[in-house]
Design a protein around this ligand. Structure first.
Ligand SMILES: Nc1ncnc2c1ncn2[C@@H]1O[C@H](COP(=O)(O)OP(=O)(O)O)[C@@H](O)[C@H]1O
Ligand SMILES: [Mg+2]
Length: 227
């Protein structure tokens, strides 16, 4: 899988003033890459990830997956692409309160009439340290546990692209490393992993680093260099 973004700009208007939340960003990721986008709050990370995941159409620029411009697809085709190939973990993910953890995780497979790979999901829960919560309801879970449920849900369909927006934001060190280790292991099997974060621990797992500043995406050529 190759994800290629060219000249991505997303413009918003605030108090009558236009501004570019993402400004002419070029982004590239390959199968097996573990990419970290680092940047302070408000720098445009979530907006960029939303465009890469096919959720928000950029004002200009293109995003291609394996040469296919994703915003040239019809909405339902793009939804299918997302469901089959992209595991997206937005910054604020909601679980459905009337369903158990296990049901929340398998829901989208059930909706698309896909077979649920129980062994795979069992292994995911185990690696994320939430196996014991499978039959609980979301209201009985902590923020960090819910975060890991949303990660498991995004990985249930074995995506070949994982896009995670501050996946460890409410996790302690130990659980953050669990998440990074899981992502790193998936990257070694050829999955492309992209995360936005403030957490410097993520650098140790990544092979491709970008910094985001006021909408500009800058490849890291320094300490954590890309080459
Ligand atoms: N839907 C929107 N409408 C207007 N402004 C937005 C919208 N979404 C985000 N922004 C603004 O765009 C900038 C980048 O936001 P965001 O991508 O969420 O940054 P980050 O994820 O790095 O914190 C911020 O100034 C934010 O307030
Ligand atoms: Mg954000």
């Amino acid at each position: 899988m190759i994800l290629n973004g060219n000249n991505i700009t997303k413009q918003y208007t605030r108090r009558g003033e236009k501004f570019n939340a993402v400004n002419n960003a070029d982004f590239f990721a390959w199968s097996g890459d573990f990419t970290v986008i680092f940047g302070e709050s408000g720098s445009g990370k979530s907006t960029l990830l939303n465009t890469l995941a096919g959720v928000t159409e950029p004002t200009s620029g293109s995003i291609e997956i394996d040469g296919q411009p994703i915003f040239a697809l019809k909405d339902e085709e793009r939804a299918l692409l997302r469901n089959e190939r992209i595991g997206y973990i937005p910054q604020n993910t909601a679980t459905l309160p009337a369903f158990t953890v296990a049901e929340n995780i398998t829901l989208s497979s059930s909706l698309y009439n896909k077979k649920v790979d129980k062994a795979h999901i069992g292994a995911l829960l185990n690696k994320l340290g939430i196996s014991h919560l499978a039959n609980e309801y979301p209201q009985n879970l902590s923020g960090g546990e819910l975060r890991r449920v949303s990660i498991a849900r995004a990985l249930a369909n074995k995506p070949d692209l994982i896009i995670a927006d501050e996946p460890t934001s409410n996790l302690d060190e130990e659980n953050s490393h669990k998440v990074y280790r899981l992502f790193a292991r998936l990257a070694r099997t050829g999955v492309s992993v992209i995360i936005a974060t403030h957490d410097k621990n993520a650098f140790g797992y990544s092979n491709r680093v970008y910094h985001m500043k006021s909408g500009a995406l800058i490849p890291d050529v320094g300490e954590y260099g890309n080459l």
